[in-house]
Design a binder for this molecule. Sequence first.
Ligand code: HEC
Ligand code: HEC
Length: 262
Amino acid sequence: MSPDGEERERGRSLSDTAMVGIAVTAIVVVVFAGVLTGYLVGHNGRSSASSSAPATTSAPAVPQDVAFGAHAFVQFACAQCHGMRGAGGVSPDVPALQSIAQALTVEQLSSIIEHGAGVSTNPEKPFMPVWHGIVSKHQISALVAYMKAGFPVVAGADALTVPTNQGDAVAGAVLYQRYGCINCHGPNGLGGVPNPQSPDLTVPPLSGADFHGEFDTPKKIADVIRSGSVIGRAPIVSMPHWGTILTDRQIQQLIAYIDTFS
Ligand code: HEC
Ligand code: HEC
């Protein structure tokens, strides 16, 4: 700003002081009225509001790391295996987390998320994926904060809804996000997510000549989605086992979407 400009600013600020005072008073009055109205409405309308509005909109505020953890729990499909808010009920092979999270220490929880829970060499049922290098340390600590806070309701931390009657490719595209395939195989199945200690060095793409050469029938693709693939122990990231978690129909829809990559 030029010296002239500063001069004008200073001159104006003096005469503006009174105006500012009035404005501040007005704002305080308006804010107070707003808070009072909100309080009264909240009090009188509580029971009807909570039954008509979605639960998430009336949820109390939670600390930011807890809120971030709640969103990560959906984004990385923890919720699709362990149930929304860790309540279980998805597959007999995946435990509910609500009481387990209270029993385990912060270190134990962090380590299970990063390195898995001990992977069998030939998994015939779902196992806890290894997330090392995929879920960041920052995100792991937010996930643990969320679990330790008792899985509170957090606005917007909801799984995507799969549209019906828009075709298998559309349903598959949404499932690809909802079940977190995108976190490992990348957008549009482009692959390239680092998996440094695996033979391929990256999580494989779901498109291209190599993929179509090896997985040349829908059945072969369905089989690997169902069974997963254990290519080693932590810190190697493996293909999770989705049998008993995804239905045959959902797997078919995912394959229809994967077909659109070619
Ligand atoms: C593909 C399904 C699947 C996904 C996705 C998944 N888990 Fe798991 N998780 C399991 C299974 C199965 C177990 C039980 C241990 C085992 O068999 O490996 C488990 C175990 C756990 C445990 C230890 C429970 C115990 O009994 O000690 C924690 C904590 C946990 N998962 C948290 C998470 C978090 C957080 C995420 C998301 C980042 C997540 N899980 C994603 C399947 C899954
Ligand atoms: C935790 C990371 C992770 C997630 C989540 C994941 N995958 Fe995989 N996936 C892998 C890895 C690693 C491989 C390679 C396995 C191997 O080489 O044995 C793989 C292999 C595959 C393959 C065979 C391709 C190949 O070249 O081996 C298909 C198909 C596939 N995944 C589909 C899916 C679908 C569909 C989802 C979501 C329902 C999904 N994946 C979720 C890590 C993941």
